[in-house]
Design a protein around this ligand. Structure first.
Ligand code: GLN
Ligand code: ZN
Length: 748
């Protein structure tokens, strides 16, 4: 019986890859040490999977930074600005930029929290196999074979690679990366032939782009690519792996090619089963059946998975139990979590445990049901909180707030802010001292009194600075927060934190998403003390700062036994209580951040209205319990709203701040065209760089925005939180920002 996984975490049990890579960048480790550590990590993955009983072990799932970047290097799609560099220098420069050379753009991998480096292609891009004798998939295949493991090299498929690429700056308007398909496929043909020459029997080509809506042109391109690769005279057998959703559109196209195996995700794409039956099955192929969830942390329902495998047996020649996608998206090992409560632990499986599930399912297919009977989930069901449920039932959608005009009038009175009011997005620089104070308290090296005194001192300093700068709406600076989701998750019932549950977000950046495992409730106020302390230090309004329900879900692992919409309402209710408490304590401006609103947007257009409906509903449930004179802000860290532009207005916030510094304020006009009529704070400077923008530049940005919004609804603010910045540039930039707002105000 064959079993497999589509990919595996590569950072190592102790984030060894992060440590050695950062040491290499800092000059504390040399290239040899980096390569040695990388090789040891690969070895442990290959032998670990083999020893766990996986029969088909993947390779080339390792990366020093990112698999899309690896693909660009493989096919020599290296923009000219990196050509004077070579080897690791060129590689890391593409990832992170170098002296005078900006990095490739980075963006989210489908609807996950992993980020890839976007290929930059133009009509002059000439693909070629950059290193025919030692290209990475070949080198890693050899390396594994030397360890006695015969692996299946994994590559990003040519269609997905091109669909995720962008046109290089300067490319003609009508250029599309997909135009380069035929020449790219020739490089893949060479790769496959060389791998076959080496004795490789199977290659996996990942085509997750097929889980999104595809045009007829794109499906025709799919067909052309795999007709060509399928008819190569000497090649390994091909597994085209799809994941992150159902691929009903693409399935008949793939079925008409000569690829030997198709990977289907039955977790995110339950419709795949029906689609497969709809084309009469694939009687001559292998189906790699993604029945163990590669993206979430729950134990598989082995009975249900086995039933799916059983149904597939009637539709195809061979069924291979597998994970639904690469295990890159889950933490490595549940056994590295000493502190989780037993009832929660009993419901969890991380990458290692998921491998065991796949292997068990393989045994059940040959030995029968008995193989899993001892392992069927007997976990304690999620904790139910009847009080939360009853309150939500009684609230329904909540009562909508008064009309925008009525609120604007009430807030003009309660807040008395000038036109072009100035503010920031929430966090101030997290200095070494602030981080150390948090770490010391966490580790028990300081008392709670000492810790709180340190935080109050930081708040004092941030408030005094903002008064000195002349900002209109102040913030407390968020010094007590490690992370905008984790901070709240730690205080809410129904959430658990891990100590070692690291997941790669990009490059060496890893995050530990909290686990939302049961009904959510708020045992006590979460932010009121810090916020009211800050307010006690100034006569200007201090803005309360919360993380919205969608973002709380997007950056956590979330229970899958009830619809996300229901879970979002529970989080919203906790926030609603917090907002009311803040209001009752005298806080008149409250911001609810939703930077992940767009990120959770479903890959398929047909699923988007329902998503936006619950996402907007949860935000409104959280924010609609306040008086007309209390001003609700929200914040999003991007400017390409596209599909969600209508939803921004539906959130019904009084003020929305967005990233706009890099998109030159066009967004203000777009929002207005979409009917947005509330306050707007288009970020007038980019906090992602230490550069200090001058007054003229920000004056100009504000004037441009004023062409689309009246001054009493326009705000002046940076485009995101300042926590990654230093104080020197923050102070200088904010001083210029306030001066720019004053100058524009004076000219009104
Ligand atoms: N209030 C948060 C901060 O300023 C918002 C962060 C974000 O948008 N990602 O840090
Ligand atoms: Zn932001």
């Amino acid at each position: 019986m064959t079993t497999t996984v589509l990919g595996y975490p590569r950072i190592g049990p102790d984030r060894e890859l992060k440590r050695v890579t950062e040491a290499y960048w800092a000059g504390r480790a040399d290239a040899a040490e980096l390569r040695r550590t990388a090789a040891a990590l690969r070895r442990d993955v290959w032998t670990g999977l083999r020893d766990a009983g996986v029969t088909d072990v993947p390779s080339n799932t390792f990366s020093l930074y990112d698999q899309m970047l690896d693909t660009s290097v493989l096919v020599d799609a290296v923009p000219d600005r990196f050509r004077h560099l070579d080897g690791l220098d060129a590689y890391f420069a593409m990832a992170r930029g170098a002296e005078g050379v900006p990095a490739l753009e980075m963006t989210k991998w489908f609807d996950t929290n992993y980020h890839y480096l976007v290929p930059e292609l133009g009509p002059d891009t000439r693909f070629r196999l950059a290193d025919p004798a030692g290209f990475k998939p070949l080198a890693e295949y050899r390396e594994a074979r030397a360890l006695g493991v015969d692996t299946r090299p994994v590559l990003i498929g040519p269609l997905t690679y091109l669909l995720l690429a962008k046109a290089a700056p300067g490319a003609p308007d009508d250029f599309r990366p997909l135009d380069l398909l035929d020449s790219l496929v020739e490089v893949y043909a060479e790769v496959l032939e060389r791998l076959a020459g080496e004795g490789v029997t199977w290659v996996q080509l990942d085509e997750p782009a097929l889980a999104a809506d595809r045009t007829d042109d794109e499906l025709a391109a799919l067909r052309r690519a795999y007709d060509r690769l399928g008819t190569l005279p000497a090649r390994p057998r091909l597994l085209v792996a799809t994941y992150f959703g159902d691929v009903a559109q693409a399935l008949p196209v793939l079925a008409a090619t000569k690829v030997e195996a198709i990977g289907l995700d039955f977790v995110a794409g339950p419709g795949n089963l029906e689609a497969l039956a709809g084309i009469g099955g694939l009687p001559l192929r292998r189906i790699v059946a993604g029945v163990v969830d590669g993206r979430n942390v729950w134990r598989a329902d082995l009975e249900a998975a086995l039933a799916t495998l059983g149904a597939l047996l009637g539709l195809t020649h061979e069924v291979v139990p597998a994970t639904s996608c690469s295990l890159l998206h889950v933490p490595l090992d549940l056994d590295a979590e000493p502190d989780l409560p037993d009832d929660v632990r009993g419901r969890l499986a991380f990458a290692r445990q998921k491998v065991d599930e796949v292997v068990l399912l393989g045994r059940a297919l040959t030995e029968g049901h008995a193989a899993i009977s001892g392992h069927a989930a007997q976990a304690v069901p999620p904790a139910v909180d009847n009080r939360v449920r009853a309150r939500l039932d009684a609230l329904g959608d909540g009562t909508p707030r008064a009309s925008r005009e009525q609120r604007q009038a009430a807030q003009a009175k309660s807040l008395g802010l000038p036109p072009l009011a100035t503010t920031t997005i929430g966090s101030f620089p997290q200095t070494g001292e602030v981080r150390a104070a948090r770490a010391d308290h966490r580790a028990g090296r300081s008392t709670t009194e000492q810790y709180e005194a340190a935080m109050r001192a930081e708040i004092d300093r941030v408030i005094a600075l903002q008064e000195d700068l002349g900002l209109d709406v102040l913030v407390h600076g968020e010094p007590e927060r490690n992370d905008m989701v984790q901070y709240f998750a730690e205080q809410l019932d129904g959430y658990a934190a891990t100590v070692n549950g690291w997941v790669q977000s990009y490059g060496t950046r890893c995050v530990r998403p909290p686990i939302l495992h049961g009904d959510v409730s708020r045992p006590e106020p979460m932010t009121v003390e810090w916020t009211t302390y800050a307010q006690s230090r100034t006569r200007r309004p201090v803005k309360g700062m919360l993380t919205g329900p969608v973002t709380m879900l997007a950056w956590s692992f979330v229970r899958d036994d009830q619809p996300l919409a229901e879970t979002a309402r529970q989080v919203a209710l906790a926030l609603r209580d917090e907002i009311r408490d803040l209001e009752a304590a005298g806080i008149g401006v409250i911001q609810v951040d939703e930077p992940a609103l767009r990120e959770l947007l479903p890959l398929r257009a047909a699923d988007r209205p329902a998503y936006l409906d619950w996402a907007v509903g949860a935000f409104r449930l959280a924010t609609s319990g306040v008086a007309d004179g209390t001003q609700i802000h929200t914040h999003m860290c991007y400017s390409e709203f596209g599909e969600i532009i209508g939803a921004i207005g539906d959130l019904d916030a009084d003020v929305t701040s967005v990233e706009a510094a890099r998109s030159h304020m066009e967004l203000v006009a777009d929002l207005r065209a979409a009917g947005y009529a509330a306050g707007i704070g288009p970020g007038v400077y980019d906090i992602h760089s230490p550069r200090v923008p001058d007054v003229a530049e920000m004056t100009e940005a504000l004037r441009r925005a004023l062409a689309a919004v009246p001054a009493d609804r326009l705000w002046a603010n940076p485009d995101c939180g300042l926590k990654t910045r230093g104080y020197a540039e923050t102070e200088a930039s904010l001083r210029n920002l306030v001066a720019a707002a004053k100058e524009v105000r004076a000219g009104l």
